[in-house]
Design a binder for this molecule. Structure first.
Ligand SMILES: Nc1ncnc2c1ncn2[C@@H]1O[C@H](COP(=O)(O)OP(=O)(O)OP(=O)(O)O)[C@@H](O)[C@H]1O
Ligand SMILES: [Mg+2]
Length: 431
């Protein structure tokens, strides 16, 4: 019997690569829908693995939907998957069009457009920060005068990702710059969906976590709670993820309740979700946002190493409408550390970056020596990452911190930033 074909929307990045490899190893013909630019950049490994490709213009989703549906029907595609945040709505619409397992296309916008997300969260009774979509400066003034917002507050783009253009604003003096930063974010594939304006949101104080979940036929299994390290200050960038995190039972229960309501609100019926939350000092969980996809930032790899769950196989099974194996087979711990530059300038040297070996299954350095680096204000400013795993949580964290301290990078101020930054130094990486 011929197995159904598998269509991946956007086949770039390590997560998509693992999905494609898993599906191909199981004997599926794997197809990819790619932008023209990604097609041109594609390495031979992926080209060899794929049975076929279609170049799609994701910035024109209606047209892409028609073309992808026609392609998928011709190739007997029985599963559509994406790990790209920006394509989750198109994936839901395509699944519905093809009649294969997916999410509710009528709700899928809620996981991409944070104004719609706030509306659906309110309707579903999800505890979430009070959020206002403001079209212009007058709207901004009105929102900031509202006692449900106050200071600090958060100003962010409607449909961004990777923390780009997100600012924690502590006082009125920071508002104009933050609004400009949010407005200037250009998401992938024309992602604003025609929405104008920026979001003003109440600040949720507390500790940041995410809950990684998989939903099949509208029944959700929570795989792990991930604890985050995040830069402080006005621009927040996640610098570490660790899992699994054990929480007091009542806190976990509240988190599960809020996240399940959020999953329902975003119409997630068949697929992974990544829900970012803040837990306050009283153990109350507030949902910051939900993504209708597997978490980025190597969290899938962490789940695999710490818990022995093959998330790629589970995603594939879910997309094919088969029961996924979600029970942990090991009980270890895993963490990823992201390396960031302590200041803006030109990266002149790097030493001490970890190598893969026992307990260090993955390392990736992506900055170029001689290239420009900046103090992090989005995930794109991360210079590299490495994963540490092992049976004991405290030992894994200590080892990861020690490896991070052993990395030395030298950053010299570039001409345009000279005078604004500290002098060049050989610096430990900011944690
Ligand atoms: N309402 C809020 N209260 C407190 N902190 C917030 C709030 N909104 C955002 N943040 C902080 O800013 C970070 C980025 O915000 P958000 O997750 O909304 O942006 P994003 O672009 O979707 O980021 P990513 O794709 O990295 O998750 C959050 O991880 C959190 O640290
Ligand atoms: Mg986020």
């Amino acid at each position: 019997m011929t197995l159904p074909g598998v269509l991946l929307l956007d086949a770039t990045g390590p997560e998509a690569g693992r999905l494609a490899t898993t599906a191909a190893a199981r004997g599926h013909l794997v197809h990819a829908a790619t932008t023209a630019a990604a097609y041109a950049d594609q390495g031979p490994d992926l080209k060899d693995l794929l049975a076929g490709q279609i170049v799609a213009d994701f910035a024109r989703p209606d047209r892409a939907l028609d073309e992808l549906a026609a392609y998928a029907r011709r190739r007997r595609v029985g599963a559509v998957l994406t790990v790209n945040e920006y394509l989750t709505e198109l994936a839901a619409r395509l699944c519905a069009e093809l009649g294969v397992p997916g999410n509710d296309p009528g709700r899928a916008q809620a996981a991409r457009d944070k104004a719609a997300m706030a509306e659906w969260f309110t309707a579903a009774g999800v505890r979430a920060p009070y959020t206002v979509l403001v079209p212009d400066d007058a709207g901004l003034r009105t929102a900031l005068a509202d006692s449900r917002v106050g200071f600090p507050c958060v100003i962010k783009p409607v449909a961004g990702a990777g923390s780009a253009g997100v600012t924690v604003v502590r006082a009125p003096a920071g508002v104009a710059k933050a609004a400009e930063a949010a407005r200037s974010v250009v998401g992938m594939h024309g992602s604003s969906g025609g929405r104008r304006g920026v979001l003003v949101q109440a600040y949720a104080a507390g500790t940041e976590y995410s809950l990684e979940s998989l939903t099949q036929d509208s029944v959700t299994t929570h795989l792990a709670v991930t604890r985050k390290q995040v830069t402080g200050g006005t621009a927040r960038v996640e610098t570490a993820h660790s899992l699994p995190t054990l929480l007091p039972a009542a806190v976990e229960e509240d988190m599960h309740r809020q996240v399940e309501a959020a999953i329902g609100a975003a119409g997630i019926r068949n697929g992974a979700s990544h829900t970012e939350v803040v837990v306050d000092g009283d153990g109350r969980c507030t949902v910051i946002e939900i993504g209708a996809r597997l978490a980025a930032g190597h969290i899938g790899l962490l789940i695999q190493h710490a818990l022995g769950i093959d998330v790629w196989a589970a995603l594939l099974d879910t997309a094919l409408g088969r029961p996924a194996q979600l029970a942990p087979t090991t009980c270890g711990h895993a963490t990823v550390r992201f390396v960031t530059s302590p200041h803006t300038g030109r990266l002149t040297s790097l030493s001490g970056f970890p190598r893969t070996g026992p307990g260090v299954p993955y390392v990736r350095w992506r900055a170029q020596i001689g290239g420009r680096v900046t103090e992090p204000s989005t995930n794109a400013h991360r210079l590299g990452a490495f994963v540490v795993t092992g049976p004991d949580a405290a030992e894994v964290e200590e080892r990861a911190d020690a490896l991070l301290r052993g990395i030395r990078i030298r950053v010299e101020p570039s001409p345009e930033t000279a005078g604004q930054v500290r002098p060049a130094s050989t610096s430990a990486i900011a944690p």
